[in-house]
Ligand binder design. Structure first.
Ligand SMILES: *Cc1c(COP(=O)(O)O)cnc(C)c1O
Length: 352
């Protein structure tokens, strides 16, 4: 026997670069341009004083964070699951529920991790082409399936589906698990969390990485019926009960108390997005309407990869995907007003 015949080969996801370049303007991974809430700093100081707590295992059920989220969302604790970023949460959900021989449906242009997890977990998939305007037609999701995953707002397009459309998908597919990935929901669109009591096949995932300015903590969560949450927990507890570390659990619980700062940051990002879209238009860029903290732009005259390279030379990093259908687009995260001004002055030179 040769181990090479039995190794599990997968094509891994390629994350956006995190290079070390001085004064880099980083608009490539949809991180929040603003610092985390000051509450995080206070809590870190408290943690330093109480550092002996790190001697103990954290609570496997993440009780404190689960209860804080339950109170914050106004839903019972048995409808809340937490994990190490929504990547961990969604992958755990995939390995919990997707075992039929029917294909799991998701858009061809969406979060590319879904395909990687399909390969990793080993379930069949069917990529549903988005329309030419990059929007999702929910009528394409009226077919036999082993599950459905929808990012709403979608990435990298930024387009949001109204909640009524999400509800149509749910009512057509009552026997399938429908995952709604709401990584960007705080920047636009309407959350489906309010539907979890009405549809026992719905799982909504969210994250602290984008709208809560805490990508470095790795916090994600899922909201669903107690039955679904208990199935996800059983899988998690069969692999590694202690995935979430004590500092992250404490900081993530504390930050929910600072609603004002959270709202202010989201509003700032949305405001910057609105003026940025006007600037993109002035430069001749075309893009779908964004409900997220990035804009997905394409220029009719200048090739996206050329723009990407020219921006990189000027110390501005954006995301270019070498994927058919979208290889002439750039996904540009919304930075601070100053960062966006620098971006537009660079684009001005490049487009001319
Ligand atoms: C960023 C992102 C995630 C994952 O975020 P985490 O940092 O793992 O919480 C999930 N889905 C989409 C669509 C994303 O863009």
């Amino acid at each position: 026997m040769n181990w090479r015949e039995y190794v599990r080969n997968v094509t891994p996801y390629v994350p956006g670069e995190q290079p070390k370049i001085d004064n880099l303007i980083k608009l490539n991974t949809n991180e929040n341009p603003y610092s985390p809430s000051p509450v995080v700093k206070d809590e870190l100081i408290k943690l330093a004083e109480d550092y002996d707590c790190l001697r103990r295992y954290p609570k496997p059920d993440c009780d404190a964070l689960r209860d804080a989220l339950s109170e914050y969302m106004g839903i019972s604790p048995d409808k809340v699951f937490t994990g190490v970023g929504s990547d961990d949460v969604i992958c755990t959900i995939f390995s919990t529920f997707f075992h039929s021989s029917l294909p799991v449906l998701f858009a061809d242009i969406t979060y590319s991790f879904y395909e990687v997890w399909a390969e990793y977990v080993g379930f069949p998939k069917e990529l549903i082409p988005v329309k030419d305007d990059l929007s999702i037609d929910i009528n394409d999701y009226r077919r036999e399936n082993g599950g459905i995953v929808i990012a709403n707002p979608n990435a990298p397009t930024g387009l949001a589906l109204p909640l009524s459309k999400i509800e149509e998908i749910l009512s057509f597919n009552k026997d399938s698990i429908v995952i709604v990935d709401e990584a960007y929901i705080d920047f636009g669109g309407e959350s489906a969390v309010k539907l979890i009591d009405k549809y026992d096949n719905l799982i909504v995932t969210q994250t602290y990485s984008k709208s809560r300015n805490l990508a470095g903590l790795r916090i994600g969560m899922a909201f669903a019926s107690p039955e679904l949450i208990s199935k996800i927990k059983a899988i998690k507890f069969s692999i590694n009960s202690y995935t979430m570390n004590e500092p992250s659990l404490r900081l993530a619980s504390a930050v929910l108390k600072d609603e004002k700062y959270f709202r202010e940051c989201c509003e700032k990002v949305i405001k910057t997005r609105e003026w940025s879209t006007e600037e993109f238009k002035k430069l001749g860029f075309e893009f779908p309407e964004s409900s997220s903290n990035f804009v997905f732009v394409s220029h009719p005259k200048v090739n996206a990869n050329d723009i990407y390279k020219a921006l990189r030379e000027r110390g501005i990093l954006v995301r270019h995907f070498s994927i058919p259908r979208i290889d002439n687009y750039l996904r540009i995260s919304i930075g601070t007003d100053d960062e966006m001004k620098a971006l537009f002055s660079a684009l001005n030179e490049i487009i001319k």
